[in-house]
Design a protein around this ligand. Sequence first.
Ligand SMILES: [Zn+2]
Length: 232
Amino acid sequence: MHKYYPVIKPGVLEIYCGPMKSGKTRELLNRVDKLNYLPEEVKFDIFKPVLDTRDPVVSSRFGSLSYDCKFADEKSPYEILEKMNPASMLVAIDESQFFHGGIEEVVKELIGNNVNVVVGGLDLDFRGEPFGKMDYLLSMADEVYKLRGVCDYHGCGSPATRTQRLIGGEPAPYDSEIVLIGDEEEGYECRCFDHHIVPSSPTSEGLRQGTLIFDESKQRRLFYDDHPNLTH
Ligand SMILES: [Zn+2]
């Protein structure tokens, strides 16, 4: 039986989510860093999906904190259970949005075994829709920290909740690939809702057919009907 340490919350799922450049990994590492002040017998693991090969360590874009991590195949999330130290009292999983179905079962098993699970990831993809299994994990979570960045759109600076994907400097259309790794610095920006632009995005307004387009004169996006005959 382990001694009780208040910085470890047995069976609790914590999630740090938000758009790119909102400090998710920094928050996750700050959270895990506290365990370094506990006696050495306290074990923990940090996992990342294999496809995120930018860096063999989980490191923060902003800070100096970095930790060695273990990799699990995003298509086989159960590798987390196989590769973790059985004595780990906390398991952190960064870039969780890339894990395929099964990640929710892995998390359930961990919290069922009184492991403290700390998840980091993008809650929304570049389309502004739930990314991977993050919606399911967020529903299960005990503690959710929604992080916001600062809108990169020139002159805006508003709190930003969306990830803008750019291809050749232009907003990526709705039907472009969800996962594109390796060019984040050039290919993605942090944007507020008004400056998040997804050309050819279907609307959720029932039978109305239309698109959200960016209005240059108003410097924000607006809804326009594709069928002028239907507008009043
Ligand atoms: Zn903005």
